[in-house]
Structures are given as structure tokens and as C-alpha cells.
Design a protein. Structure first.
Length: 104
């Protein structure tokens, strides 16, 4: 089962702090690891990675994370692409059936 947690954690993941180590340690106990390694907020020429996506996969090659600068906020959005996800699809088939009886 794939688990994804994302949000504004208000911890700058670009700087090694005790808060960052504690959060990473807590999430690692559940097999969750951060995926965002680029700035998500630029304010007064300060680069910060305070928005993150945590996922419980050991294969980092199965995902890609990109910034999406939309200009709607001082935070940039993140897009995660899951390359190895399998979605069950149900094929829809259309059948025509014509019934005959003694009246027709």
C-alpha cells in the first residue's frame, strides 16, 4: 500500500535543524521519506523548503517530484508523479441485443 503525506510543515528542510531531524526520525519510523529537494517558498531572497511530500517507498526511481510555480501564493506547488502505480481499470463493453418473439 502506498502512503503519501504532503503539506506545509513549517520546517525548513534546506537547513539541518533539530526540528528537521526529529520530524524525519518520526516519519522514518513509519517508512516515510521526504521527496522535495528544491525551494518551495522564496520570501525576501530567502530560499526555504517548508512544503514537502513524504512517501513510503524505498525506490526513489519510481517517483518524480517537480515544482509548479503558479503565482497564486508565496508557496510553490509540488507535483508528484508515481511511475509504477497500477490502477485497475474496468473495460466497458457495449452489447446490442435484439429480441425476437412471435409478434415481431
Amino acid at each position: 500500500m502506498r502512503l503519501i503525506i504532503c503539506g506545509d510543515f513549517n520546517i525548513n528542510f534546506m537547513v539541518d535543524t533539530n526540528h528537521k531531524r526529529l520530524l524525519n526520525s518520526l516519519l522514518a519510523t513509519f517508512g516515510l521519506y521526504g521527496t522535495v529537494d528544491f525551494p518551495t517558498r522564496i520570501f525576501n531572497n530567502n530560499l526555504m523548503t517548508i512544503d514537502n511530500i513524504f512517501i513510503n517507498t524505498a525506490n526513489q526511481n519510481s517517483i518524480s517530484v517537480y515544482p509548479w510555480i503558479n503565482g497564486l501564493s508565496d508557496h510553490d506547488a509540488q507535483i508528484i508523479v508515481l511511475h509504477d502505480i497500477a490502477i485497475r481499470t474496468y473495460e466497458k463493453k457495449l452489447y446490442f441485443c435484439r429480441r425476437y418473439n412471435s409478434n415481431h
